[in-house]
Design a protein around this ligand. Structure first.
Ligand SMILES: NC(=O)c1ccc[n+]([C@@H]2O[C@H](COP(=O)([O-])OP(=O)(O)OC[C@H]3O[C@@H](n4cnc5c(N)ncnc54)[C@H](OP(=O)(O)O)[C@@H]3O)[C@@H](O)[C@H]2O)c1
Length: 249
């Protein structure tokens, strides 16, 4: 087993996930760059300064998840950090303006196959990846799991009639709210093990997910995710936060 901590980041070939992989490598972790397209993962790993390796990982494909877990097991024997970052906010034409995407995602009209697919990627995927890697996380002395959620999916904030953004609460925030719930489920089930499981909200970050209209850089978006990935023994579990503090569930 290596002395260095080992981290796996899903969807790390681009965007916030790639920045998280870069930051963890800078902290001297061995970083496994999860990518559903292996070549794009290899290209991303090659541009990371540090110990980074591509791993094919489609979070909706059970055989891909099993192969990734088997590889981590045989090469490293444990996993110290899992960042469930892979996610999608829209499944239509990527050029569609954000306001139109939000309208198309409203639950009153969004096609049910889109709902199903988005739950597969954003909710069932991270649950399946976490389950598959759990024996390896349990083999680490103090594993950390970070699920990348969204402040825009806060039920508390969106229940407030004064919140102007609540008009956009469609299928994407619904999946992220479910991921937040799953985080709490894992955190409580693993409370006695020392494994800490938290949600990080990156904030509105300029990536392909929003046609690069986000107002934060990927360095800013990755910050809280990396902090939660590197939590010390006194750090929290079962929380939802951004780099300014706690976000209401
Ligand atoms: N950007 C924001 O403002 C913002 C705000 C709140 C939360 N988030 C969350 O942050 C996370 C990262 O998003 P981002 O902004 O960095 O977007 P991004 O640049 O579009 O990156 C999304 C990543 O997820 C991957 N992915 C999609 N489907 C996948 C699948 N089935 N299996 C494995 N990987 C898959 C993508 O792979 P491909 O390159 O192959 O498509 C890509 O690597 C997401 O969970 C998102 O919901 C983002």
């Amino acid at each position: 087993m290596p002395d260095q901590l080992v981290a796996l980041v899903s969807g790390a070939n681009t965007g916030i996930g790639l920045q998280v992989a870069r930051d963890l490598a800078r902290h001297r972790l061995i970083v496994l760059v999860g990518s559903r397209d292996l070549d794009r993962g290899k290209a991303a790993a090659a541009e990371i300064d540090g110990d980074a390796h591509a791993v094919q990982l489609d979070v909706t494909d059970p055989s891909s998840i099993a192969a990734a877990a088997a590889r981590v097991g045989s090469e490293f024997g444990r996993l110290d950090v899992l960042v469930n970052n892979a996610g999608v906010s829209f499944l239509g034409d990527p050029g569609t303006p954000l306001a139109e995407r939000a309208r198309a995602g409203l639950l009153t009209g969004v096609p049910i196959d889109v709902v199903r697919r988005m739950f597969e990627i954003n909710v069932i995927g991270p649950i399946a990846v976490t389950q598959a890697l759990l024996p390896l996380l349990q083999a680490a002395p103090a594993a950390r799991i970070v699920n990348v959620g969204s402040g825009g999916a806060s039920l508390t904030l969106n229940a407030d009639p004064a919140n102007p953004h609540r008009a956009m609460f469609g299928v994407y925030p619904t999946t992220k709210a479910a991921l937040h719930a799953a985080t709490l489920g894992f955190a409580t089930a693993l409370e006695e093990t020392g494994i800490k499981v938290n949600v990080a909200d990156p904030g509105f970050t300029a990536t392909a997910l929003n046609n690069f209209q986000g107002t934060r850089t990927v360095a800013e978006g990755a910050r809280r995710i990396v902090e939660l990935a590197l939590l010390g023994p006194d750090g929290p579990t079962g929380t939802f936060s951004n780099d300014e503090g706690t976000v209401p569930w």
